[in-house]
Design a protein around this ligand. Structure first.
Ligand code: 4AD
Ligand code: MG
Length: 482
């Protein structure tokens, strides 16, 4: 007989029939009550053991973490908090778990740090079960949104020969032997003898390839792993993260903003509906956590209020120049409370400035646009008619409360001559990107796109604060254990 998932037992199975459940023991009380979980839901099903007729040997093996199978009658529960329970008639230990050694003991309240060191077992906790179910639902919502709008899902390469962002933060890919690398006469690595006959790296963005597809299929999106060798050990950066990159022909910057806003609101809305129980649990966790903070530091909104706020309010659209004026005239700048003072137009915003704008000034998600050309990537559309030295590009960053930058995007430079000129200035070889330039040679048109860091979205939706806690096996400097 096939076992039934616990979520189905709890929600839609008729009582007074024999059922089989399989899962992992969370707790075992009074030699009688097993809380069994199988990952299908936050909730455990209570299994009541007939301890008088169960061998002592078996009872001893019902320990936290053990995998078991129970057969019994599904009955209405007498206890509070659960609708049904299983009156066990047959219990089988599938896999023992040594009570002394199993690291995830609920009664010890393992810290997030401890759980990170046990990333292979942390989904045995309610917290990580909830986070990973929410993550899964969000990723489905991403595909659902774009597929329903007729976007084509494009798988851009993981190994590439280009640096889309021009930031030089790439992990190199090589099949050359480590200690016997072929060298050219001047001592440089001879990549001609490497697997691909050229220097290659893990992708930092699928944008350039996605652009070529947008210029034929119209509306496309990517959703894949992305790699950055930036040595920033922060709670917002991963060396390996997942990025969603839509790219749309004939969209200008304003249409790009509309798409990004609608997309984010939609996937959050879908996840609120599908994961209400997990989100309620995550919200309660935060409410508990807040209680230990001084009143002034407590958040004004609960998690669900924050999510609903984002759905119900337009993102505030502000130009870089307006933002700089706000920052220059703000108190933290004047009282030197910002570590990095803003006094020059042209400076890149630090995360402290972004947080000030979003959390203190506007108190809502913000779309900053029209950044100085000098601080943005080569492919962004130069605005016409700006003063020399004050050139801006049609870039947009979306900033979220508690997160900072969640989206980076732009209208692309569609004019071949302007693009080539820009690449010259930045020292990007035309021959390296000949295929990219072809999109501007043959039927060029206005087009735009953006990249959303998936883990930053999961952080926002789950209310977690460290990006290491929203991806199964985080890759960060000095950490590739699993
Ligand atoms: O702003 P970024 O660097 O933009 C791009 O890569 C563009 N090519 C996207 C595009 O227009 N198609 O990165 C986009 C987003 C950021 O806003 C951030 O959310 C996320 O990717 N991101 C990271 N997330 C986690 N860890 C990192 N190290 C990240 N770097 C960027
Ligand atoms: Mg960016």
């Amino acid at each position: 007989k096939k076992h039934i998932r616990i979520i189905d037992l709890l929600e839609n199975t008729k009582t007074l029939q024999e059922v089989n459940a399989k899962g992992w023991v969370r707790t075992f009380r009074n030699n009688q009550f097993i809380a069994l979980n199988d990952g299908s839901t936050l909730n455990n099903i209570q299994c009541v053991v007939d301890f008088e007729n169960t061998p002592e040997e078996t009872l001893k093996r019902i320990t936290t973490g053990a995998a078991i199978s129970v057969i019994g009658t599904l009955v209405e529960s007498q206890g509070a908090g659960q609708k049904v329970e299983i009156q066990v008639t047959k219990l089988e230990i599938l896999g023992d778990s040594d009570a002394e050694k199993f690291p995830i003991q609920p009664k010890n309240k393992p810290s997030l740090d401890f759980l990170r060191e046990h990333a292979h077992l942390r989904t045995r906790t309610n917290l990580f079960g909830a986070i990973m179910r929410v993550r899964s639902t969000l990723s489905f919502a991403v595909h659902k949104y774009f597929q329903e709008k007729g976007f084509v899902y494009v798988n851009t390469p993981i190994i590439t020969g280009s640096d889309a962002e021009g930031a030089g933060e790439m992990f190199q890919v090589s099949a050359l032997p480590f200690d016997n690398t072929p060298r050219t006469e001047d001592g440089k690595v001879n990549y001609k003898e490497d697997f691909f006959g050229k220097q290659t790296n893990l992708t930092v963005s699928g944008q350039l390839e996605a652009e070529t597809y947008a210029m034929s299929l119209g509306q496309v999106y990517t959703f894949g792993p992305t790699f950055r060798a930036e040595n920033s050990n922060t709670s917002r950066h991963l060396a390996e993260f997942w990025m969603i990159e839509p790219e749309v022909a004939f969209n200008d910057l304003a249409a790009n903003m509309d798409l990004a806003e609608d997309f984010i609101q939609n996937v959050i809305k879908y996840t609120l509906e599908k994961c209400s129980e997990d989100l309620k649990f995550l919200e309660n966790r935060l409410i508990e956590e807040e209680k230990s903070k001084p009143q002034a530091e407590r958040s004004e909104m609960t998690l669900l209020e924050k999510l609903n706020f984002v759905l119900e309010n337009n993102f505030k659209r502000v130009s870089y120049t307006e933002a700089i004026d706000i920052l220059k005239n703000s108190k933290p700048n004047k009282n030197k409370k910002f570590q990095y003072l803003i006094d020059e137009w042209g400076a890149d915003l630090q995360s402290e400035h972004e947080r000030f704008l979003v959390e203190k000034h506007f108190k809502c998600p913000v779309i900053l646009f029209d950044y100085p050309a000098k601080i943005k990537a080569f492919y962004m559309r130069l605005n016409d008619g700006t003063e020399p030295g004050k050139e801006t590009v049609r870039a947009m960053d979306i900033l979220f409360p508690g997160i900072g930058e969640i989206v980076g995007g732009s209208q692309r430079e569609e004019r071949l001559d302007v693009l080539i000129e820009k690449m010259k200035v930045l020292g990007i070889e035309e021959e390296e990107l000949w295929w990219y330039l072809d999109t501007r040679r043959f039927g060029t048109a206005v087009h735009s796109g953006f990249g959303l860091g998936f883990e930053r979205l999961v952080l926002f939706v789950t209310g977690m604060t460290n990006i290491r806690d929203v991806i199964p096996f985080p890759r960060t400097p000095d950490n590739a254990e699993f």
